[in-house]
Design a protein around this ligand. Structure first.
Ligand code: 5GP
Ligand code: ZN
Length: 120
């Protein structure tokens, strides 16, 4: 898989071609605020390199998946929610509401979160 896919929104965000609000970055990952936050803290963490989803990332480069998760933990620390708690989520497929096909970790917290599962 190429490191950047021409039509990938999150590749464009990583490259700075689409603006975003940075939260944390290092050599392999980039974290930015979700444009439509679902909690007081809602940050997305991506690998700089394009991988379609969490499973592909795990299979292609498990160390990079670990980098993404550790960046999520660092985001939680920076945002002051490490103690109060937070949720790390990878959505896959239609039933999960997946919309962007560059693997991304949602970091959600800053308030009491809803339970998993069925809407409503
Ligand atoms: P998914 O549903 O694929 O797991 O999550 C995609 C996330 O990307 C959604 O939470 C959505 O609000 C966010 N998103 C979509 N487009 C943009 C954008 O242009 N900028 C930012 N910062 N977030 C975006
Ligand atoms: Zn991409």
């Amino acid at each position: 898989m190429s490191s950047s896919e021409a039509d990938c929104l999150f590749c464009k965000i990583v490259e700075g071609d689409v603006p975003s609000t940075p939260v944390y970055e290092n050599g392999t990952t980039y974290a930015f605020r979700d444009i439509n936050p679902q909690a007081r803290v809602h940050v997305l963490v991506v690998a700089r390199q394009h991988h379609e989803d969490a499973g592909a990332l795990a299979g292609d480069d498990p160390a990079l998946l670990a980098d993404v998760i550790l960046a999520g933990v660092e985001v939680a620390r920076q945002e002051g929610i490490e103690e109060s708690g937070y949720r790390l989520v990878f959505n896959t497929g239609d039933d999960a509401g997946r919309t962007v096909f560059h693997a991304h970790l949602h970091v959600l917290g800053g308030e009491q979160l809803g339970l998993f599962g069925r809407p409503g």
